[in-house]
Write a protein that binds this ligand. Structure first.
Ligand code: ZN
Length: 369
């Protein structure tokens, strides 16, 4: 049954199979007696959610419970194992039926393919990103929280453009086309080109989709072309004058973001430096949360999506995503906004009596206590 998988996958599945056979052995069970409920208990055992009836004793207690992705592999293996026993009649027919019940067809025309859901597979977590609230951004811009012009520039750029931190640290001076009608000729408004390069001294690398070559006249072209806000431009110049120019003689590379002081002054700033800077800023702001650079990207993309009246094509193009479906997958469909309107109408139309008379006394009580 393992032959249709690649070598390393075969190995993973083989370990899972051994683990499962151990479980059968320890519990003195043979495959023919196993039901779907038994297998669900087994899955709970490997993911650390065992209810204690059985399913723990066969495992090394030091072995960590499996995460969702590894548990998905185990579910695939267990299902394949029991289905493989069907030919020899060593499995309950109702188990086979239960394991294959989720078979469905998706797609249209020739691309029609069978997609089987596995009742043993762990439920996938939501892909919805965590929301970065405005209050957190405001707190970061309180006086004394960001201690350098460079850091004000970094947070402003992350926030307004939603650039990936690798793309931001990888920016070179030649990538900034901050004038209208820049001679690169690729966007009328001030913009930057986010291009992938493998030779950045700070190891920063923009996730790139097209390899960009400078044009004949030497300007950076192509890459992902991102518009820049007025605040991005002004914070860049403030950093340039206050902190970059004083150490410029130490700079032997083309990156924009550098260490402005200390033993490493002039060295290109690493993406990890940005993460640590955000950590320090959060502590200074008294924020009890960890703000990662990517949170700004989600905020910027979600914000543009809403402001563009939920136009996934526009957001995908601006952020350099290959397909608009990546936008709708992560940020939902415009139907979400409509949903609230319809829900409100449904709630208003409900036959349930208004809650105010019941709530009023307890509210009054709270006010007096
Ligand atoms: Zn340009």
């Amino acid at each position: 049954m393992l032959t249709r998988y690649g070598t390393s996958t075969q190995e993973t599945y083989a370990y899972s199979l051994v683990d499962h056979l151990n479980w059968l052995h320890v519990n003195n069970r043979s495959p023919i007696s196993i039901t779907l409920d038994d297998l669900r208990r087994y899955m709970k055992g490997v993911t650390g959610q065992a209810d204690g009836i059985f399913g723990v004793a066969w495992r090394d207690p030091d072995k960590k419970p499996l995460g969702a992705s590894a548990a998905g592999n185990v579910a695939t293996m267990v299902k394949a194992y029991y289905l493989s026993l069907e030919a020899t009649g060593e499995v309950r027919p109702d188990l086979v039926k239960a394991l294959t019940a989720g078979r469905s067809f998706t797609g249209q025309g020739r691309s029609k393919r069978s997609v089987e859901s596995n009742p043993l597979a762990p439920r996938k977590g939501s892909r919805r990103p965590r929301f970065l609230p405005n209050e957190v951004v405001e707190a970061l811009f309180e006086p004394g929280v960001l201690t350098m012009a460079r850091d004000v520039m970094i947070v402003t750029w992350l926030h307004d453009s939603g650039l990936r931190v690798g793309g931001l640290c990888g920016l070179r001076f030649c990538d900034l086309h901050l004038t209208r009608h820049h001679p690169c000729g690729q966007r009328a408004d001030p913009h930057v080109h986010v291009v992938g390069r493998d030779d950045n001294p700070n190891g920063a690398r923009a996730k790139s989709y097209v390899a960009a070559e400078p044009s004949k006249d030497g300007y950076t072209v192509d890459g992902v072309i991102r518009a820049v806000s007025d605040d991005m431009i002004s914070t860049f110049y403030a950093y340039l004058l206050d902190e970059f120019h004083p150490v410029q003689h130490l700079v032997d590379h083309e990156q924009i973001l550098v260490h402005p002081a200390g033993a490493t002054a002039g060295a290109a700033l690493h993406t990890d430096g940005v993460r640590k800077m955000l950590g320090r800023a959060c502590r200074r702001a008294g924020l009890d949360i960890r703000v990662l650079p990517h949170a700004f990207r989600h905020k910027a993309a979600a914000g543009l999506y809403a402001e563009s009246d939920f136009n996934p094509d526009l957001v995908a193009q601006e952020f350099g995503w290959a397909s608009p479906s990546m936008v709708t997958e992560v940020y939902g469909k415009s139907a979400n906004r409509e949903a609230m309107k319809h829900l409100q109408r449904a709630w208003n139309a409900t036959a349930r009596p208004p809650t105010e008379p019941y709530l009023a006394p307890s509210r009054a009580g709270e006010a007096n206590s």
